[in-house]
Design a protein around this ligand. Structure first.
Ligand code: HEC
Length: 138
């Protein structure tokens, strides 16, 4: 399994008659809980009117689950963050601070099953991030 890839599938092998199940690589922790909490507020004020209060979609597409980021979409954090930072909020792109963009990305990651960790998501690092973005929400 390629390192860093997030695979929904599990590899199943049969060795000497016993079934071996290798669990998929865990999803990386790339933002802090404080960022996600702040991001919820940013989202409510700047995104929810088009993407829904629960990210379910409205005028804009859903931002949660398999219709947002299935494994087959081959999204990365960098690609989605670039779209957010450069094109969102639609109608007023680039209007948020770098911190607010990182926070709203953290919120979207949290809603898609990515865990919070010790390291904050940095704006510039997020733009270049090749971490796969595959929703863990079915
Ligand atoms: C005025 C409505 C509107 C607002 C406000 C808005 N969006 Fe969007 N958003 C859209 C539309 C429409 C699209 C799809 C077309 C496009 O990509 O430009 C979209 C696309 C996206 C995508 C790409 C989804 C995908 O599946 O590729 C992301 C991510 C996103 N928005 C995040 C945000 C975030 C985060 C905010 C708040 C900072 C926000 N949007 C605010 C309307 C909006």
């Amino acid at each position: 399994m390629k390192q860093g890839r997030i695979l929904a599938a599990v590899a199943v092998g049969v060795l000497g008659g016993s079934v071996v199940v290798a669990k998929a690589a865990s999803v990386p922790a790339i933002y802090t809980a404080a960022q996600a909490t702040a991001g919820a507020t940013v989202f409510s004020a700047n995104c929810a009117m088009c993407h829904g209060a629960n990210l379910e979609g409205a005028a804009g597409p859903t931002l949660v689950g398999q219709s947002f980021a299935a494994a087959a979409s081959n999204y990365t954090v960098g690609a989605i963050f670039g779209e957010i930072a450069q094109q969102m909020p639609a109608g007023n792109p680039g209007s948020l601070s770098h911190d607010q963009y990182a926070q709203v990305m953290a919120f979207i990651l949290s809603k898609n099953g990515y865990p919070a960790g010790a390291t904050a998501l940095d704006y510039n690092a997020a733009l270049g991030s090749s971490v796969p973005l595959v929703s863990q929400v079915k």
